[in-house]
Design a protein around this ligand. Sequence first.
Ligand code: SAH
Ligand code: SF4
Length: 338
Amino acid sequence: MIIEELNNILGKAPAFRMKQAYKSVFQDLITDWSENTTLPKETRADLKEACSLDISVEFADSKKSDALKALIELEDGAKVETVLLRHSDGRNTACISSQVGCSLGCKFCATGMLGMERNLTVGEMVAQVLVFARYLKEKKAKHQRITNIVFMGMGEPMMNYQAVMETIRLLNNTDVFGIGARHMSISTSGIIDGIEYLSNEPLQVNLAISLHAPNDVLRSQLMPINRKYGIKDLMNSVKHYREKCGRRVMFEYIMLDGINDAPEHARELAELMQDKLYMVNLIRYNPTGVFKPSKAEKIEQFKRILQRSGVHVTQRHAFGSDINAACGQLATKRNKKA
Ligand code: SAH
Ligand code: SF4
């Protein structure tokens, strides 16, 4: 992928050469090195030979045009899905994948059902943003900038920590996409080591926790990782992050009919959320054949109980539901190896 090949070729050249290459690829969005005018001819020839700018991608456009799904075929034949959410206020959020599959097997998650294939490389993560930037330019979209990044596609970002952080640093680099760290979020199923590392990062990236259940018995049934990192330890580690970084933390909660949506669950959840910087995002379940989504009245009731206890609650907008493009619903078909 482009990043790794650029490092091979320009890693030892003066730093400004890499800047020039980044600018061409990520800002001018060239698709062939002959379009570059800043690098020496010989470098361009080397790059043309060894750093292909082609990315094998298929797009699925939502009819409502609020979401765009891209299926990228990687060099080893593995396939990875990624989604662009196009907000009406002009923001464009790329929901990117960090792994092919995932080893954590959450019961409601399409990616979890695939099992784990491998971690994605930095180049493969950056490419997921690049394909959308190229698409928006080609379609002469009104709003072409990718403004936000969420690691909420396939995989557990904290299990690919170093590469995810390197990707964030690149996306933040003003010669690449210049996306503010505060506009990037990592969502985790609660890998405590990763949350601890993140508390020590200089970049102010947002943290989201996939909680989905307010007690250990239920959470361990839905998310096997809870047997290793239980709710008490998880909440302590989030508290530490929040004290250190002073940033808001979002807790994601998928509403599953008859499973985690009773008033009692809302009360238990409210107990855990007694911190002004915590907020709950109630998520509509995208059916994966295992559970049923909660009914609208149940969600309203749940929300009211939380609000009455002073908890800040939001509801995730159902983006791209007509193309199965919502986060957490990616790669429902098994990846074919080459
Ligand atoms: N592994 C990380 C990030 C990827 S999943 C994590 O679990 O946080 C991104 C989000 O989609 C998580 O909140 C996840 O719980 C949610 N999700 C998974 N399956 C879903 C489904 N079927 N419907 C709605 N959200 C889902
Ligand atoms: Fe993995 Fe996240 Fe899906 Fe759980 S919800 S299986 S951690 S991708």
